[in-house]
Design a binder for this molecule. Structure first.
Ligand code: NAD
Ligand code: TDX
Length: 332
């Protein structure tokens, strides 16, 4: 049994982590610390609230953070500003939460000698060419492109420095693009699903040839548990599930699964600095920890995700109009 402090536990991946833990590892005690930004939503924890302790507050706020870290065994740190497009419009919250917030967590785990698992992204490695046969590995040099990915790269570097300089017990995971229930409608897959459900046209950036390496959120979270339980302190593990597809393929699949013509989408302004391709080699995680993904068929996972959004209009409707208003302003 462990007392786990989950930062960002009211967001997409964090809330799924809480649910996954309650369903599969119910011996653990969970405290969620979440600032409930536009991306955080108490409704993501509906049905499990009585199984956890929920604290509303920011990881930047030492007065809130420190007692929670003191009382836990391990911090699983999901809290972040997570959307590339937002980081292009207004980078400051990314600097504050992803860098200063992670710094505060590091100081607290150092002070109370606690274990930290830091959740990060494959975007810290920059991008690969479309015709590059290679994939990212733990040895790929950092080369982030956007304010978001630079802030995550910086947070990873801080975690490594605190391990080397102060001997904190930590692991880091860098995961590829997640999909599944409770993902904010600003992100690619839920935006397109809810566009179709709302009678609007799906929006593809540029030519749509950019490749993302999709992983179901439950596979990300089972890998996080494998690392928290058996990962070696000081190590980084890449998490992926061999899910490479370009955006055009994904948008066409969504349209077809919802009974529309595959070509019923609109091309909009491309993202500035748009990364071309992400691809993960997860052999270290597989070979060292024996982890493997459960959702190996993207089409099945996507269908299940579409069904979830179709059945939960009351969850996504309140975010939809404000999100699309933001996109309209930036011509996307
Ligand atoms: P999200 O935006 O859905 O959720 C982020 C959560 O963090 C929200 O609940 C928000 O309220 C909370 N938060 C933000 N600032 C905070 C602060 N200062 N203090 C406390 N809580 C705060 O993001 P997500 O997609 O669930 O991503 C979670 C983590 O996983 C992030 O660290 C992200 O970089 C990483 N990641 C995401 C993906 C992906 O595909 N979504 C892939 C790899 C890694
Ligand atoms: O409307 C859209 N149309 C479109 O073509 C949106 C919102 C996105 N896109 C494209 C941009 C990307 O190539 O789809 C792809 C995926 O976009 P996002 O969902 O914004 O994800 P991405 O930028 O790849 O980053 C995601 O994966 C890595 C997460 O948001 C990050 O938090 C994570 O670190």
């Amino acid at each position: 049994m462990a007392r786990i402090l989950v930062t960002g536990g009211a967001g997409f991946i964090g809330a799924n982590f809480v649910r996954y833990t309650i369903d599969n590892l119910p011996q653990h005690e969970i405290t969620v610390l979440d600032a409930l930004t536009y991306a955080g939503n108490r409704a993501n924890l509906e049905g499990v609230e009585d199984r956890i302790r929920f604290v509303e507050g920011s990881i930047v706020d030492e007065a809130v953070l420190e007692p929670l870290v003191r009382e836990c065994d391990v911090v699983v740190h999901f809290a972040a500003e997570s959307h590339n497009d937002n980081s292009l419009e207004d980078p400051f919250p990314f600097i504050e939460t992803n860098l200063i917030g992670t710094f505060r967590i590091l100081q607290a785990v150092r002070k109370f000698d606690k274990r930290l698992h830091h959740i990060s992204t494959d975007e810290v490695y920059g991008d690969l060419a479309l015709d590059d046969p290679g994939k990212f590995t733990e040895a790929t040099p950092y080369n982030p492109s956007s304010p978001y990915s630079a802030s995550k790269a910086g947070s990873d570097m801080l975690v490594r420095a605190w391990a080397r300089s102060f001997g904190i017990h930590m692991t880091i995971s860098n995961c590829s693009n997640n999909y599944g229930p409770y993902q904010h409608v600003e992100k690619f897959i839920p935006r397109q699903i809810t566009n179709v459900l709302a009678g609007a046209t799906p929006k593809l950036y540029g030519e749509g040839l950019n490749v993302r390496d999709w992983i179901h959120v439950d596979d990300h979270n089972s890998a996080v548990h494998a690392i928290v339980e058996n990962g070696r302190s000081g190590e980084t593990y890449l998490i992926g599930a061999d899910g490479e597809l370009n955006n055009r393929q994904v948008i066409e699949m969504i349209l077809e699964m919802l009974g529309k013509n595959a070509g019923d989408y609109e091309r909009v302004r491309d993202r500035a600095g748009h990364d071309l391709r992400y691809a993960i080699d997860y052999s270290k995680l597989r070979d060292e920890l024996g982890w493997k993904p459960r959702f190996t068929g993207f089409a099945d996972g996507l269908r299940q995700t579409i069904d979830w959004y179709a059945a939960h209009e009351g969850w996504w409707r309140p975010q939809k109009e404000a999100t699309e208003a933001k996109y309209r302003k930036s011509g996307q």
